[in-house]
Write a protein that binds this ligand. Structure first.
Ligand code: ASP
Length: 401
């Protein structure tokens, strides 16, 4: 049976079992089942740094000395990322505008969670340059690793063929080995997914979710629309990939993102499948996907649109059109700064609420159901990276022809 179908069955079984067990069974599930999920996710995380580093070096060396090409790929990628992110927030607004989550909600007695300060743009820029690349690898900080790998790749292309040949063969073989290891790890994905999702379902039963069902619905519908309208159009029209093929190629990574709530954890599988199932080049995937996993968070942006309207409604604040523009602007920036780890979007939501002076107490409302919202938004985050990757790959092929 196809692996995506096995994972889907595991997902459905975990929802059924989680609802049947309920919060009472949570201590048992946390003690005996959740660690299996953690082991699975640790295996995948183990591959993030090696696969990004080796593939990106191979990608850059395959560009040869063509700095122009790298510049062109970066420009296209970043533009597409910004546009799809802004579209996602607008879609979030539109769906929330129709459903109007939070209207008439009783907000008394809730306390705001403590939030860490979100990094500003300049801090992100400074943090991108590694002072010690090994330290960045230890911390799995993707952006500094990308910068370092770009330089190593560029350096390799500058030395004579005798030396560069050895290194290119080495990194190419190493990348290939990484993909083989990822394939081995994925064979236990159904078990891992079941073990990851079961505690979440046990904990977030209907009692927790029902009061805020309208917010969950907005995020879920918005995410579905972003996939159906934006990504399938992008993949088919500009990317030349049939939407059915696109989503079946993305399915494993999407389900992994859904269960782990981490774009970074889904990255190795996303890279492997975009190359093997969608036939995209290593040169493009090795650059576009790791970058997207750190700066392109369409699902998170959409969630910010929905949640700011929800908080405004819950506190009876009327948002003006300039407030909305401000949310689109800060939401796009905030999503760029969001790390691809669980719960990061909630911290960045604070920045957006602050920008339009919405009450921070609103975060407390969202925090209770954030894990569930995170599942939907992370799934969209990595699907958006895949769609942009199809477009950039097709346009590079055209350019080369
Ligand atoms: N969990 C999301 C991700 O990894 C980030 C977020 O919290 O919005 O893509």
């Amino acid at each position: 049976m196809n692996l995506s179908i096995q994972i889907l069955i595991a997902l459905i079984l975990s929802v059924g079992a989680g609802l049947a067990i309920g919060p009472e069974g949570l201590p048992f599930v946390n003690k005996w089942i959740a660690p299996v999920g953690t082991i699975f996710i640790n295996f995948i995380k183990m591959m993030i740094v090696p696969v990004v580093f080796c593939s990106l070096i191979v990608g850059v060396t395959s560009l040869g000395n063509d700095g122009k090409k790298l510049g062109r790929i970066s420009a296209k990628t970043i533009c597409l990322y910004l546009v799809t992110t802004a579209v996602a927030i607008i879609l979030g607004f539109a769906v929330a505008g129709i459903i109007q989550p939070g209207v008439g909600l009783d907000i008394a007695g809730k306390v705001a969670p403590k939030v860490k300060d979100a990094p500003n743009f300049m801090q992100v820029l400074v943090g991108m340059v590694p002072t010690n690349p090994f330290d960045s690898m230890v911390k799995a900080a993707i952006l500094p690793i990308i910068i370092f790998a770009l330089f190593v790749g560029a350096g390799i292309t500058q030395v004579d063929e005798r030396r560069s040949g050895v290194l290119i063969t080495f990194f190419d073989a190493a990348a290939e080995v990484c993909y083989k290891i990822i394939a081995m790890i994925m064979t236990i994905a159904p078990v891992g997914v079941f073990a990851l999702l079961l505690p979440v379902v046990c904990k977030n039963g209907p009692k927790v979710l029902l009061p805020l069902l309208s917010v969950i619905m907005c995020v879920a519908i918005g995410c579905a629309l972003q996939c159906i309208l934006v990504y399938s159009t992008l993949a088919s029209t500009l990317g030349g990939v049939n939407p059915m093929k696109f989503f079946s190629g993305m399915a494993e990574a999407m389900m992994l993102a859904f269960t782990t709530c981490s774009s970074a954890a889904a990255l190795p599988v996303n890279m492997k499948n975009c190359q093997e199932k969608l036939g995209l080049s290593r040169e493009v995937t090795s650059f576009v996907l790791p970058l997207g996993c750190t700066i392109n968070m369409d699902g998170t942006a959409l969630y910010m649109g929905v949640c700011s309207l929800f908080v405004a409604n819950a506190f009876g604040v009327n948002l003006t059109s300039s407030d909305m523009l401000m949310i689109i602007f800060t939401g796009t920036l905030a999503s760029i700064g969001t790390a691809g780890v669980p719960g990061a979007g909630l911290i960045m939501l604070a920045m957006v609420l602050q920008a339009v002076q919405l009450p921070m107490e609103g975060l407390a409302l969202v925090a209770g159901i954030d894990r569930v919202l995170d599942m939907f938004r992370t799934c969209v985050n990595i699907t958006g990276d895949g769609a942009v990757c199809c477009v950039v790959d097709k346009s590079e092929r055209k350019h080369a022809a």
